[in-house]
Design a protein around this ligand. Structure first.
Ligand SMILES: Nc1nc2c(c(=O)[nH]1)N=C([C@H](O)[C@H](O)COP(=O)(O)OP(=O)(O)OP(=O)(O)O)CN2
Ligand SMILES: [Zn+2]
Length: 149
């Protein structure tokens, strides 16, 4: 596993956990601006998901590390991202499977799971590395409009 220092989101929660995992996926970006990336090609995406909260669950977890990885692996590992039309849409640039959109989608999928838990932690950051030289950091806005930073 790639070890690196990630940017820290700021928040007022007492617990923060981070889960690193990777998944392999193919994609293409359906825009002329994407150049060679318009062609189908593959990446090993390296993700770091940050979850924060004030309460633990019955297992003493903020959230089980394994569940975060499983959620994303079951959805995207060894897939063509463009085929996942629930997550991505070739008619809408805000839903092309770019690093930015994949990072946001990972955050939304994790948050959807967290919303169904009793202790209700929040996903405050997703760091997603697409290549050795390219990555995106996504921080959702807080409900009041501010981001967790
Ligand atoms: N803002 C974005 N720009 C680009 C994205 C993206 O998702 N968001 N994606 C691509 C391509 O899909 C490509 O996989 C990554 O591009 P790039 O960093 O240029 O890849 P290289 O390995 O060729 O980078 P070098 O540092 O030049 O080796 C393009 N842009
Ligand atoms: Zn790519």
């Amino acid at each position: 596993m790639l070890q690196q220092v990630y940017p820290s989101p700021q928040h007022d929660y007492v617990y923060e956990l981070n889960k690193d995992f990777h998944f392999a996926a193919a994609h293409y970006v359906p825009s002329e601006e994407a150049g060679k990336c318009q062609r189908v090609h593959g990446h090993t995406y390296y993700a770091n998901v940050t979850v924060a909260g004030d309460e633990l669950d019955a297992a003493g977890f903020l959230v089980n590390f394994a569940i975060i990885k499983k959620l994303i692996h079951e959805r995207f590992d060894h897939t063509l991202l463009n085929d996942d039309t629930d997550s991505f849409d070739e008619a809408d640039p805000n839903r092309f499977p770019t690093t930015e959109v994949v990072a946001r989608t990972v955050c939304e999928l994790v948050q959807q799971y967290l919303d169904g838990t009793a202790n209700k932690p929040v996903c405050v950051q997703v760091f997603l590395r697409e290549t050795p030289t390219s990555y995106c950091v996504y921080r959702p806005k807080r409900k009041g409009g501010k981001s967790h930073e």
